[in-house]
Write a protein that binds this ligand. Structure first.
Ligand code: ZN
Length: 191
C-alpha cells in the first residue's frame, strides 16, 4: 500500500491510495505487481491490529473503527476498511487458513484441517475466535466447528471453539455412491 500526496507544491495531504494485489507464494503473501488506486484525502493506518490517534467523533467498536456494511463510519464522508475497521477480519482468517493448508497441499488430513481451525495466530482476531473486548474483539466468537469428509459420509463436529472442545465423529449411514448424476436442469430454472 502506498499513500500518494498532492505533490511537492501542495500542502502534503493525501490524494490517492495505491494498493497492490497479493497472492500466496512459497514464503507467504507476495505482491503480483498489479495495482489499483482509490481517491482519498485522509488515511488512517492500522498496523498490528491496534488503532491509535483517532479523531474526535469517530466511533470505535473495541479497538476498531465502527463501520456499517458499506464501510461508512460515524463521521460524514469518512470511510474505513481492512483491519482498522470492524467486520474485516474474515479476509485475514481466510488468508491464514490458506497459508496453513497450502503448506500441506496434496497430503491434507482431517487432523490438519482441525488444527487449522484451532489456530490462534493474530488472536483475538484469529481463526478460532473468542470474545475478548479488552484486546479488540467484542463482536464475534467461534461457537462450533465442523469438518466434513463428504466422500466418507463423515462429519467431525466440535460443539464449541475447537481449541477447547473435542471433535466428535458423526457418520451418516449408507453406501458411498460411486458417482452422482448431475441435475438435469439448474436449480431455479423454469421446469
Ligand atoms: Zn480458541
Amino acid at each position: 500500500m502506498r499513500v500518494i500526496g498532492n505533490g511537492p507544491k501542495g500542502n502534503g495531504t493525501a490524494r490517492e491510495v495505491e494498493f497492490e494485489y497479493t497472492r500466496t507464494g512459497a514464503n507467504g503473501l507476495e505482491g503480483t505487481g498489479e495495482t489499483f488506486r482509490l481517491a482519498a484525502d485522509q488515511v488512517f493506518k492500522a498496523i498490528g491490529q491496534t488503532l491509535e490517534g483517532t479523531p474526535d467523533g469517530l466511533a470505535l467498536k473495541g479497538r476498531k473503527i465502527r463501520v456499517d456494511t458499506q464501510g461508512r463510519t460515524s463521521l460524514a464522508q469518512v470511510w474505513a476498511g481492512g483491519d482498522c475497521a470492524t467486520g474485516g477480519d474474515t479476509l485475514y482468517r481466510n488468508q491464514r487458513a490458506r497459508d496453513l493448508l497450502a503448506a500441506k497441499a496434496g497430503e491434507l488430513t482431517v487432523a490438519d484441517l482441525q488444527e487449522a481451525l484451532r489456530d490462534h495466530a493474530g488472536y483475538p482476531l484469529s481463526i478460532c475466535r473468542h470474545v475478548d473486548a479488552e484486546r479488540g474483539n467484542s463482536g464475534t466468537a467461534s461457537i462450533a466447528s465442523i469438518v466434513m469428509d463428504v466422500g466418507a459420509r463423515t462429519m467431525y463436529v466440535a460443539s464449541g471453539p475447537p481449541c477447547s472442545y473435542e471433535y466428535q465423529t458423526v457418520t451418516v449411514p449408507g453406501a458411498v455412491p460411486s458417482a452422482v448424476a448431475p441435475q438435469s436442469r439448474p436449480v431455479g430454472s423454469p421446469a
